[in-house]
Ligand binder design. Structure first.
Ligand SMILES: *Cc1c(COP(=O)(O)O)cnc(C)c1O
Length: 344
């Protein structure tokens, strides 16, 4: 009997990374891995990206940054933007991690930890351009810029970058954010600081958002935006596919051994379609540990079925669109207990 597995197509990952690079050149690509490479398993993904020549990794937290550091080539730059405590800052500095700094308080703390440990902290100052989640408020930007420049003169800080994050929900709001970003860059007046603003959607759709570097995660994994351009327009394809075995067959229904407790979203009941040799079939009901699908001739217990993803009828984003969410949510819910199986 085959098993539940999340297949990760490393060839598709490589091709996607090349497609991203080509699309956004001459801007650089920071490949975002967030926490667990969007559920695809950090280590192998970083290994492949490193071999593809990725020079910048975007790691959400310290743990991910350190795991990435252990795999990527020594010259790789690793950017982490959720490093807050003194102890974390010390460990990040020791591992040569670039730090995203989104408040004056964190800037002060980073400077004092750099002084205390004798490191030069490479900081990327984050300006809040409207999301009001995290980032230095425009009213405090001049003060932060001044503080960072003084620390830079003293050798404790290198202002490596200036950045912000945009919603990518409406062009108008993004345009306003971009104007605020440009104002902050001008105020900072550090021509050597790498400017990075866009994530996947804006980096592809709006060249004026690319600046020196774009932080692209989703499209690297072939996760297109819900309601956005199709895979072939983007030149990427989904890397992950969820497979599960047929466990039971009755006259009119086939049971597949994967369910909501494995992370398959039960809101897809009655909506998810899978491909079979006899044509598409609807998943009538997603239960805790299994999914009941309309039967098809020739179904055999133990057959491995592509439920969702690149090799399935519906990609994560296709499924997401049926229940008004995004592909990332569909993929990130898939239980970490399901083995990731890597294919070339
Ligand atoms: C997740 C994230 C990205 C990447 O976004 P994608 O849409 O996956 O490309 C970039 N920057 C920040 C700060 C993020 O949190």
């Amino acid at each position: 009997m085959s098993a539940k597995e999340l297949h990760i197509d490393l060839g598709a990952l490589s091709q996607n990374l090349r497609a991203v690079r080509k699309e956004i050149a001459p801007s650089r690509h920071m490949f975002v891995v967030k926490s667990e490479a969007y559920g695809q398993g950090l280590e192998r993904v970083v290994e492949v990206a490193d071999a593809e020549g990725i020079e910048w990794f975007g790691a959400f937290d310290l743990d991910t940054a350190l795991r990435t550091r252990a795999i990527a080539k020594p010259s790789a730059r690793i950017f982490a933007w959720a490093v807050y405590s003194d102890e974390e800052i010390d460990r990040a500095l020791a591992a040569d991690i670039d730090l995203g700094v989104g408040s004056l308080g964190l800037l002060e703390r980073t400077i004092s930890r750099a002084e205390a440990t004798g490191h030069t902290a490479r900081v990327h100052l984050k300006v809040d351009t409207g999301l009001r989640r995290d980032g230095i408020h425009p009213d405090e930007w001049a003060e932060a810029a001044d503080r960072a420049r003084r620390a830079q003169s003293a050798g404790t800080v290198q202002i490596a970058g200036v950045w912000s994050h945009i919603a990518e929900a409406s062009d108008h709001e993004d345009d306003l954010a971009r104007e605020e970003f440009i104002a902050a860059v001008t105020e900072l007046g550090e021509p050597g600081a790498i400017r990075h603003l866009a994530a996947s959607a804006a980096a592809f759709a709006r060249p004026e958002f690319r600046f020196d570097m774009a932080r692209v995660g989703a499209f690297g994994y072939g996760i297109r935006s819900a309601g956005g351009p199709a895979d072939d327009q983007l030149g990427v394809r989904p890397v992950a596919t969820l497979f599960a075995p047929i466990t039971h067959i009755v006259e009119d229904a086939v049971t597949i051994g994967v369910g909501s407790l494995d992370g398959l979203d039960s809101r897809l009941s009655g909506k998810l379609e899978i491909d079979t040799p006899a044509g598409p079939r609807v998943a009538r009901r997603i239960e805790h540990a299994q999914t009941i699908v309309d039967a098809w001739p020739g179904a055999t217990i133990g057959d491995s079925i592509a439920v969702l993803g690149g090799q399935a009828r519906l990609s994560a984003t296709d499924a997401a669109e049926l229940i008004d969410t995004v592909g990332e949510e569909i993929l990130l819910r898939i239980s970490p207990a399901i083995p990731r199986v890597y294919k070339r």
